[in-house]
Design a binder for this molecule. Structure first.
Ligand code: UD1
Length: 443
């Protein structure tokens, strides 16, 4: 039976309607990071004791990963004893080692359960992730890392079966600094015999947060945030309480929203260091971003310079901010070139932005954006999470009404996106399809 949903409105057919032209004024508190909380929830599988995770954002993806863990036998309480944004997890009795097609299809991050399951149960069965909206996204690096730890991998009927009676520490060089592979291997290695060294590891802040979580349970992980991570396996991991870092991509998205709409917006609960590549590009575009004691302020009059940017692994410019910058550069003065090196096929928002009047041309892995005077509201469709954010952001400055559909993508990764934008003056509303006519007249 389907469980009660705590976090997200069921809203496959919901839409967001925006009337552009309102500057943003006020304060927004940034939620816990999606890309940190997902692996952290998964890492609770490593312990037989209770883990309390705080500053958990209210996201559909959090619900999905909790469902995956529940299927494995985890006992999960969302918001226990009324403490909001908290998840309590106990994984003492795991009775299953399989992440089915239904879950992996919904969310690729489900494959992260492989590492902890191998560490706890010596086996894991995972549906092979197929292609997704932003490219093929294989998991070969995860599997190569596991093999180096002594895991035997076989594939049948669309499933990957991984088995290892004992995990043994090893030296692993990643051909590419994959975030997921680094996390998956790090989790498995935490309970392996001996020492594991991951070279050319991903350096993302979310990996540091995951290591802090594992270490708070008694793990021995050092070097995260650099290219070489050393993990000394321990016998077992214990109980912990951990607060998730703020979401740098949510913060970056609101910085671009504040810039494009104009006005004076303050973001609290941010780690400024994590936002350096994004802030540097905003400043290059002519946006005023100032660091204050408790956060970041963005002030803008809505005029921008064109620039070139290339997505790269951290600390380079994040691929998860590429779409939002495309909206901004669509109305900049001059020609910008955006190059996507992390994912193939991550320009689906370009076509939708063109429907709003943007002058954008795709050339292989680059996009040429000729800045135009203005965008005009249109009916557009979110093709993925960040594309959805980019379209809402474009709607903030577009002339007239923008209607964004398929917004369940936004629910996956933004905690109350519409409510937060509305609270700082955006003319924005979320409607159920059938409510559209009635609610539009209330905007
Ligand atoms: C994570 C983030 C995602 C972000 C991405 C890059 C989470 C839940 N998601 O995704 O928001 O956009 O990092 O910053 O944290 N690759 C391989 N083989 C592998 C693994 C990856 O070829 O075994 C390729 C992928 O196809 C992709 C690139 O490496 O082209 C980067 O992927 P990766 O860093 O693994 O991203 P994710 O962990 O999937």
């Amino acid at each position: 039976m389907r469980k009660k949903r705590f976090f997200c409105p069921e809203g496959q057919a919901d839409k967001i309607i925006i009337y552009g032209g309102q500057p943003l004024q006020g304060k927004i508190a940034i939620s816990g990071a999606k890309n940190a909380v997902l692996p952290i929830i998964v890492a609770a599988l490593l312990s037989k004791e209770t883990c309390l995770i705080q500053d958990v954002p209210r996201l559909a993806d959090v619900e999905i990963i909790c469902d995956v863990l529940s299927e494995l036998g985890a006992k999960i309480k969302l918001d226990p004893n009324g403490s909001a944004h908290t998840v309590e997890i106990n994984c003492r009795d795991l009775h299953n080692y399989e992440a089915t097609y239904d879950y992996v299809k919904k969310m690729r991050a489900s494959v992260l359960v492989m590492g902890p399951l191998l560490a706890r149960l010596g086996k894991a069965k995972i549906s092979m992730p197929g292609g997704c909206a932003i490219g093929t996204r294989p998991i070969d690096l995860h599997l190569k890392g596991f093999e180096a730890l002594g895991v035997r991998i076989t594939m049948e009927h669309g499933y990957i079966l991984a088995e290892a009676p004992v995990l043994k520490g090893a030296r692993i060089y990643l051909d590419y600094p994959s975030v997921g592979a680094t996390e998956n291997i790090m989790m498995a290695a935490s309970l392996a015999q001996g020492t594991t060294i991951i070279e050319n590891a991903a350096e993302e802040p979310e990996i540091v947060d995951l290591a802090n979580f594992i270490n708070s349970m008694g793990g021995k992980v050092v070097g995260t945030g650099t290219k070489v991570i050393k993990i000394e396996g321990v016998e077992s991991l214990g109980a912990t309480s951990h607060t998730v870092i703020p979401d740098r991509i949510e913060a970056g998205s609101f910085l671009v929203a504040g810039a494009i709409a104009g006005g004076d917006l303050f973001l609290e609960n941010v780690i400024i260091d994590h936002l350096k590549p994004v802030v540097a590009k905003l400043r290059e575009a002519g946006v005023e971003v100032t660091e204050e004691d408790l956060g970041l302020r963005v002030r803008s009059e809505g005029k921008f310079q064109a620039l070139d940017l290339k997505t790269l692994p951290y600390p380079g410019f994040p691929t998860d901010m590429q779409a939002q910058f495309m909206s901004l550069l669509a109305i900049a003065q001059g020609t910008s070139i955006i190059t996507e090196t992390v994912f193939e096929n991550r320009f689906m928002h370009a076509e939708e932005l063109r429907r709003m009047g943007a002058d954008i041309r795709i050339e292989g892995r680059s996009v040429v954006v000729e800045g135009t005077e203005k965008l005009t509201g249109a009916q557009v469709k979110a093709s993925d999470l960040r594309a959805g954010a980019a379209l809402v952001i474009a709607g903030l400055v577009a002339e007239g009404e923008t209607i964004v559909s398929d917004i369940y993508h936004l629910d996956r990764g933004y905690d109350n996106f519409v409510t937060k934008l509305h609270s700082v003056g955006a003319n924005i509303i979320r409607v159920k399809s059938r409510d559209r006519l009635r609610l539009v007249s209330e905007v």
